[in-house]
Design a binder for this molecule. Structure first.
Ligand code: 5GP
Ligand code: MG
Ligand code: MG
Length: 179
């Protein structure tokens, strides 16, 4: 059973999405990917650190032969909040002609994903789609079509299942929201 609340640093968080619900959402996304990519051998690109649990559980439900690789980016918000994204761990794979599926923990403003799409498009993949566990539609600042969304959530700060609050909380198997 999930703990009802956790404290990380100075904040308390209450249970929001138990692991069973997260895994149900992931199964729905995986079924769609299995249908859409049945004959395409996609290359999944998981965005570290936040997406590591999502990537792990999603890939266990993916049924066609596929590859996975990892990118680590860091965002620096400038005053106009367009957000600048720097690649810290890059992709070694040649992505030209490949069908890419970016795996994200959460799409908030969309800044990170917009920058990632631009970076990856320069390398001439055959296609790129985004799969995110969570999306906060109220916060989206870009014309962005996210094809695979596990669940839409309101604008609350959440932790657990890969998502952190100042480094803590990534190991929690359930998702909590700030109280
Ligand atoms: P965006 O670039 O879309 O504004 O933000 C994406 C990143 O911000 C996510 O990958 C995540 O690292 C962080 N983020 C956005 N909302 C939340 C949240 O509710 N909880 C946590 N832990 N991180 C968040
Ligand atoms: Mg992320
Ligand atoms: Mg974080």
């Amino acid at each position: 059973m999930a703990s009802q609340s956790v404290t990380l640093h100075d904040k308390s968080f209450g249970i929001y999405l138990p692991e069973t619900e997260i895994l149900n959402d992931i199964k729905v996304v995986a079924d769609r990917i299995n249908e859409d990519y049945a004959s395409l051998n996609p290359l999944f690109v998981a965005v570290l650190n936040g997406s590591f649990m999502f990537a792990s559980d999603l890939l266990k439900e993916v049924s066609m032969p596929c590859e996975i690789s990892f990118m680590k980016v860091s965002s620096y918000e400038n005053t106009t909040s367009t957000g600048q994204v720097t690649e810290l761990v890059g992709l070694k794979e040649n992505v030209a002609g490949r069908h890419l599926v970016i795996l994200e923990d959460i799409v908030d403003t969309g800044n990170t994903v917009v920058k990632l799409l631009a970076m990856l498009k320069e390398r001439n993949p055959a296609s790129i789609e985004i799969a995110t566990l969570l999306q906060k539609p109220e916060c989206l600042k870009h014309e962005l079509s996210v094809k695979y969304i596990g669940r839409e959530i309101p604008n609350d700060f959440v932790v657990g299942y890969g998502l952190d609050y100042n480094g803590l909380g990534r190991n929690l198997r359930d998702i909590y929201k700030v109280l």
